[in-house]
Ligand binder design. Structure first.
Ligand SMILES: Nc1ncnc2c1ncn2[C@@H]1O[C@H](COP(=O)(O)OP(=O)(O)OP(=O)(O)O)[C@@H](O)[C@H]1O
Length: 303
């Protein structure tokens, strides 16, 4: 297998011939990544996940998983892939363990994995409880336990934290990080809320109106974030500093009695501060107002 666990080439799909949900998507998900696939409601995330799992019939372009075309290798590929698409379908009147037993029977899997996945998802103590007594977070974890039964190399999860309370979100996040670090599982997950995934993902793809408008590492998105930041400075005489600096730094301004300058690079900030100090001004505060990722996401996905 090459570098990519998931690769699409010019993937184009529409539910009807006239309207494409997306057009020529080139997704690249590398081995052992946690790839957050983001986009506003209706952007096409679930549709793309269904295509990756071979659940929608017609598309143009290519879908490759584990370096092989999905069409010709679907069974082999899916045997190495665990998935959770929206809510897990569970037998609510049975226990958690029975749900896992049934899945093993249906999919022809060894039952000796059951204790392992219960333990991984923190459900060992609740295994003999009926699922209708589970919280939403526990049901989601059971859905994940089912997805983990075949010891997948790749997990594809559609909105795995949707509807969970903050504690449930933390639980799922920790579990996914553990799976990734401990077993090297590649995780591809979608969400319409960047803030939920920010602390989890190593790579990000942002879908807007059928177009992949950003794809790269979380660090690359951070760099974009930094370039949209403002440096705010407070001194004993902000007006005096403005006069001193505006010749060399025309972008500097005075806003609410603070000096504001668009973030350029570290050296520029160092030079600015040095000039002020050498001119006899006292610096009280230098801080960078980072736009958080949520803001950048909103900017990227709005018109
Ligand atoms: N079965 C279907 N038949 C026709 N159109 C559909 C079908 N499923 C989804 N769509 C349309 O395709 C587009 C993409 O929907 P999709 O559910 O993939 O988006 P999404 O990004 O997952 O949204 P959400 O975050 O709300 O789940 C939407 O315009 C939706 O109305």
């Amino acid at each position: 297998m090459g570098k990519w666990v998931i690769e699409t080439n010019n993937l184009t799909f529409g539910y009807s011939k006239r309207t494409a949900v997306f057009d020529k998507i080139n997704l690249r998900v590398e081995t052992a990544a946690i790839y957050g696939f983001m986009g506003p409601n209706g952007a096409g995330k679930t549709t793309l996940i269904r295509l990756l799992l071979g659940l929608l019939p017609h598309h143009t372009g290519e879908i490759m998983l584990f370096g092989k075309p999905l069409k010709a290798n679907r069974l082999e590929i899916l045997s190495k892939t665990g998935c959770l698409v929206e809510q897990p379908s569970l037998y609510e009147n049975l226990t958690g363990r029975d749900n896992l037993n049934i899945t093993c029977m249906i999919r022809g899997l060894q039952k000796d994995s059951i204790d392992r996945v219960l333990q991984m998802t923190g459900l060992t103590d609740a295994a003999s409880k009926r699922v209708d007594a589970y919280s939403l977070g526990m049901k989601q974890r059971l859905g994940l336990a089912i997805a983990l039964l075949p010891q997948p190399e790749l997990l594809i999860l559609d909105e795995p934290v949707n509807g969970l309370d903050p504690l449930g979100i933390v639980e799922i996040r920790e579990l996914l990080i553990h799976l990734n670090r401990e077993y090297g599982t590649t995780i591809f997950l979608s969400s319409h809320l960047l803030s939920e995934l920010e602390k989890l993902v190593t790579h990000i793809g942002i879908l807007r109106k059928g177009e992949l408008i950003f794809q790269g590492s979380a660090a690359e998105l951070d760099a974009i974030q930094q370039h949209q930041s403002t440096v705010m400075i407070d001194t004993d005489n902000n007006h005096g500093c403005l006069q001193l600096l505006k010749q060399d730094y025309p972008a500097i301004s005075l806003v609410a009695d603070r000096l504001h300058i668009p973030y350029g690079d570290k050296e520029t900030i160092g030079d600015l501060c040095q000039k002020m100090v050498l001119a006899g001004f006292r610096l009280y505060e230098v801080k960078t107002d980072h736009h958080d990722l949520e803001n950048i996401f909103m900017k990227l996905t709005s018109n």
